[in-house]
Design a protein around this ligand. Structure first.
Ligand code: AMP
Ligand code: MG
Length: 352
């Protein structure tokens, strides 16, 4: 009798597993339908929950990523970014989405006092960090490139529904600090328009959550422990319908003569920012803003970033300093949990 009950249970379990497998393929039920592709220089993973036709939707999402990468990448010769960089100061027709990204970028550059700058392309092209040709440029090269980084001189205009932009001669765009966030936002809009109500957009650790989690309530995002293998976390953010983006020097760097040179450049010096921070995380419904703010707060560093956050108290941020403090804004207190006991937690007070 007992044996029969066991077999019945085993058969039921096997059936359930088969069902789960089937369900996971279709993306309907607890298991998501998942796609993983190498895009935007990183691994892009999209997970759709509870959605019929998920496979087609995932393909459509990948097409959108490729089409936006083809507009924004400085490594694709036909992109809007490359055409603008090569235009020698002439007005150039661009896609409406490039115009939107540039417009947002200029506003974010303004907001952050230039700590985030979309016009560092001449400087980042000298360092080439993240490529096999990474090198330390001379002081003269850096000084020369910095002459062409005044983003306030970028012009945009619309004529009969067509978008145009003009960079001063010699200026080069690099949209790498904001493009992933913008693309996450565009994906989110497309998914929402097609009726997806629950999804995770993971652009190499730039996370954007659609809806709430399948358990009900918020998703949990692990925050990457700086300098530790990927997937080791120092804390958890609870997020619903929002984006969670992290920037840190450990993400991309090279070493020369025992010195580490990372990929986040201080626009004031043209060199990797000496920040005092090990990572910055921003939680924001607008993923492009989260992305640009992360980079900017990292550049501001352990001294200026807390001042900026006190002044702009709507920003939700978690800073980790080189001396092992986790500094959070009061706005994330309820949604953040520190899991690494070796970090000490500080909540930013207003006007301290
Ligand atoms: P993120 O990973 O979002 O912090 O962006 C870093 C990337 O943006 C770098 O790899 C550069 O391509 C570019 N970048 C570096 N420093 C800055 C900066 N201060 N402002 C805007 N973009 C930057
Ligand atoms: Mg960024």
């Amino acid at each position: 009798m007992k044996k029969r009950a066991f077999y019945a249970a085993a058969a039921a379990a096997a059936l359930f597993c088969l069902a789960a497998l089937f369900v996971s393929r279709s993306g309907v039920g607890a298991e998501p339908a998942v796609s993983e592709n190498f895009r935007l220089g990183t691994y892009v993973r999209l997970s759709l929950y509870d959605f019929r036709g998920a496979e087609r939707e995932l393909e459509k999402a990948d097409e959108l990523i490729k089409s936006l990468e083809n507009l924004f990448s400085v490594n694709i010769p036909t992109s809007d970014a490359v055409r603008l960089n090569a235009a020698g100061g002439a007005w150039t027709r661009i896609d409406a989405r490039t115009a939107e990204l540039l417009d947002m970028s200029l506003a974010l550059a303004e907001l952050t006092g230039g700590a985030f700058s979309p016009s560092l392309g001449g400087v980042t092209a000298l360092w080439r960090i993240g490529t096999p040709e990474a090198r330390v440029p001379s002081d003269g090269e850096i000084a020369e490139a910095l002459k062409y980084t005044d983003y306030s001189k970028i012009e945009l205009r619309v004529e009969n529904g067509a978008h145009f932009a003009r960079l001063p001669r010699g200026m080069r765009l690099d949209l790498g600090a904001v493009a992933k966030g913008y693309i996450a936002g565009a994906l989110k809009s497309q998914l929402a328009a097609d009726g997806v109500s629950r999804a995770i957009i993971d652009l190499g650790g730039n996370l954007d959550f659609v809806g709430d989690s399948p358990r009900g309530g918020p998703w949990r995002a692990g925050l990457q422990q700086p300098e530790r293998p990927r997937g080791e976390y120092f804390g958890i953010i609870e997020a619903e319908d929002t984006s969670v983006v992290t920037s840190g020097p450990y993400e991309r760097y090279f070493e020369k003569d025992g010195v580490r040179y990372h990929h986040i450049i201080d626009p004031a010096t043209g060199r990797p920012a000496r920040s005092g921070l090990a990572s910055v995380t921003v939680v924001d419904a607008d993923s492009a803003r989260a992305d640009a703010l992360c980079t900017a707060l990292f550049v501001m560093g352990s001294r200026r970033a807390p001042e900026f956050l006190r002044k702009h108290s709507y920003i939700k941020a978690v800073l980790v300093t080189d001396d092992k403090k986790a500094i959070i804004t009061p706005s994330v207190e309820k949604i953040f949990r520190l899991t690494d006991a070796s970090l000490s937690l500080f909540v930013l007070g207003e006007g301290e």
